[in-house]
Design a protein around this ligand. Structure first.
Ligand code: 5GP
Ligand code: ZN
Length: 139
């Protein structure tokens, strides 16, 4: 897509610190890292969200994430990583080209789990949980 920053990075029109590339997937360091080694993994083709990606692209993307997580962690001597997608504007996605964040984590870094985003667990009774599970599985 012409006005997409990440398409321009894939095409080499905007420079990036590239760490991985294959036929379908491209990975590079985030320009404003949340931690040393913060890496973005993207499909080369423009798709806005996870649900917009064809299944074969999603498989290739996850295969690259699977390879990159240990490489990134090892490179910065991390103790773990937070691996996440901001999927859609409501979730805070700013660049509308699907990307997986690999953010290295360090013992005692104090940044908390993904659960910290939501201010604690929600309350829901069994009937509501059953109804939601059914709606998801039907689809
Ligand atoms: P989002 O909020 O969409 O999930 O994350 C977008 C990420 O892309 C941000 O972490 C931001 O720092 C990163 N980013 C935005 N523009 C550029 C760029 O031109 N180059 C690189 N390397 N990263 C970028
Ligand atoms: Zn794009």
């Amino acid at each position: 897509m012409d006005d997409c920053i990440f398409c321009k990075i894939v095409d080499g029109d905007i420079p990036s610190r590239t760490v991985y590339e294959d036929d379908d997937v491209f990975a590079f360091l985030d320009v404003n890292p949340l931690a040393d080694g913060h890496t973005l993994v993207i499909p080369k083709d423009h798709h806005e969200t996870i649900e917009d990606m064809p299944a074969d692209v999603a498989k290739e993307l996850f295969a690259a994430v699977h390879e990159l997580v240990p490489a990134v962690e090892d490179a910065v001597d991390a103790d773990g990583s937070t691996v996440a997608f901001n999927n859609g504007e409501a979730a805070g996605q700013e660049v509308p080209h699907v990307h997986c964040h690999i953010v290295p984590r360090f013992d005692g870094d104090g940044n908390g789990p993904i659960h910290a985003l939501f201010g604690g667990p929600g309350e829901m009774d069994d009937d509501e949980l059953d109804a939601i599970a059914e709606r998801i599985s039907e689809r």
